[in-house]
Design a protein. Structure first.
Length: 117
């Protein structure tokens, strides 16, 4: 029982998010047309107690493009990351977007999905 307690508590101590997501971290575009880009904004609030910037945003393929401000976000202020998906293949898709914030041990994960007709 003691080991289980440590397994639950230790990750929470080492990975504390510096942001509060104001929108869901998963977005379903539903049915979209091939070759017609779609966009979604993932909004967040800085809850770190200090100035915050995004170091990097990585996507799983070149069909998914992130856009974000390099400006510092003050504690309590909000910003967003815009994701554009340009479908090259038909069928179901699910893409992971990994967001790295300054001074945060772990990355934040965002997901988009849908079906390309």
């Amino acid at each position: 029982m003691k080991s289980l307690f440590l397994l639950v508590i230790i990750p929470a101590v080492f990975f504390s998010s510096k942001v509060e997501w104001l929108s869901p971290t998963r977005h379903d575009f539903g049915d979209i047309r091939q070759g017609v880009p779609v966009q979604v904004d993932f909004a967040y609030r800085n809850v770190s107690g200090e100035m915050l910037t995004i170091d990097n945003v990585r996507t799983t393929c070149s069909c998914t493009t992130p856009d974000w401000s390099e400006e510092m976000v003050a504690n309590g202020d909000t910003s967003s990351i815009q994701i554009t998906y340009d479908a090259r293949k038909t069928g179901y898709f699910r893409k992971k977007i990994t967001v790295y914030f300054t001074g945060q041990q772990g990355a934040e994960k965002l997901y988009i999905e849908g079906y390309v007709e």
